[in-house]
Design a protein around this ligand. Sequence first.
Ligand SMILES: Cc1cc2nc3c(=O)[nH]c(=O)nc-3n(C[C@H](O)[C@H](O)[C@H](O)COP(=O)(O)OP(=O)(O)OC[C@H]3O[C@@H](n4cnc5c(N)ncnc54)[C@H](O)[C@@H]3O)c2cc1C
Length: 468
Amino acid sequence: MGLDIIIAAPRNTCTGGGIAGSTLALGLAQAGHTPTIYEREEVRISEGLLAMPDFGAVGGGAILFRPISRQNSSCYSPGTLAPPTGVMITANGLQVFKNFGVWDAIQREGQRANRNVYMNRIDGTPITSFKVADDDEHVCIMRSTLHKIINAAAGELGVRFVCGKRLQSFTQTARSETEKASVKVQFADGTSATGDLLIAADGIRSKTRELLFPGANDKPIYTGTRGFLGLTRLEDGDPWLTKSAISFYMNTSNRTSVNMMSVGNNLISWNVADHQEEPAEVDSWVPYADFPREAERLAALLESWNAPKDISKIIGNAHRISPVTIYDRKSIESWTVGRVTLIGDAAHGMPPHLGQGTSMALEDVGVLVELLRRFPAEPDRCLRMYEAIRIPRTTKIAEQTRQMGASQYTKSNMQRFVGELGLKFLGWVVNTFDVRVYEYDYILEVEKQLKIESNTAASPTKWNKDEI
Ligand SMILES: Cc1cc2nc3c(=O)[nH]c(=O)nc-3n(C[C@H](O)[C@H](O)[C@H](O)COP(=O)(O)OP(=O)(O)OC[C@H]3O[C@@H](n4cnc5c(N)ncnc54)[C@H](O)[C@@H]3O)c2cc1C
């Protein structure tokens, strides 16, 4: 019999994405469990429409919702929604979508990017390019489109989405002779829900993480980068649509950069990174309203950085721009206490220098679903193995991400020269030896861990049955 699993939280909001929760719910439902997703955002709907203006595929931050399953849902899954940007998913993350049956829709709607990734100086001078091997392809896709595909598939399987539920606290009950172990979640509106497991996909500012490890002095760390996410619709025939899927332009002396990627349907998603003070308020990725003034301001900024004219033109023609502040989260040695665990950014939020945040979340999902599919009656064992497989991997990728971030800041021309030489060498190695940079087979990782387990005595799961 499947487990009742509580997931906080799933849905794409202006704050980030929520791909981890939704994909997890899809996989768990396929594996025979009963996941319920609780999302903090309040979504009030009349006649299937959110009471906010809809800006369409390239518009503002508002969202048009449609019901996914009237019998099962007390809220609605995003239909056409407009979170502000695209996302690149690499081969390691795509494997999960392939195995969960949503790959056809994703490749149809997104832009497959099995071509080159270009690295340039901010003025357009090429540094190097990485040829992505054919079977190591990436997909660049609008976050909204991706979410719509995953939530529709999860909805078909009867996954319940419950919105307006901000997780505030939880209590765990240990197994007794008469009762099985359970988790009771309290929401800010005074309601509660009980399940066999709580899997927290509540993002880089995870409340659950704070509750699990109080006193850990573990707050999101500002990276010094304040960025702007934007979207521009190009005309048919614009050379940028075929030029390349992913291009970076950077000035390592002052830590400014621009990144462009085609996300399908003639849309270019881009981000501009600037070095600024940390803003006083947590930003919500909500697009600027004073448009097109903001586009003009950013295009002029790019020109002052000496960026190529076609780049500043794309930015000047943007249909939407949102501010975003980049945070990091220190890697921790445990994600689980009893029947509560973390996943995605909640477990290992990292800056986007390697474009691996979502793919790491998807790898987590693949491993956890595979374990709970194989051992549905042994959730404690699954959580223990999940940590053993995923913590070393995500810690390593987060460290590489930080190194990449550090390499994008040079204090002298000599340092820049050496940094560029290093990048050129890396490009040469990848291209010459056809390196699969993003190779990761989550099923194989589960197999490996099973072998390790069979060779060693399993260690007991940490358990804290006090009220948290
Ligand atoms: C500028 C930028 C560009 C990026 N580009 C890429 C890229 O190209 N490729 C890539 O792989 N990664 C990229 N990333 C990283 C990626 O966005 C994240 O790793 C990913 O979105 C994490 O997904 P998540 O589901 O774990 O968390 P989130 O997307 O943050 O979702 C968390 C969800 O939990 C909800 N929630 C929060 N608190 C509560 C609560 N108390 N109760 C209930 N619900 C709650 C939120 O409303 C939200 O829906 C980028 C990040 C940034 C900032």
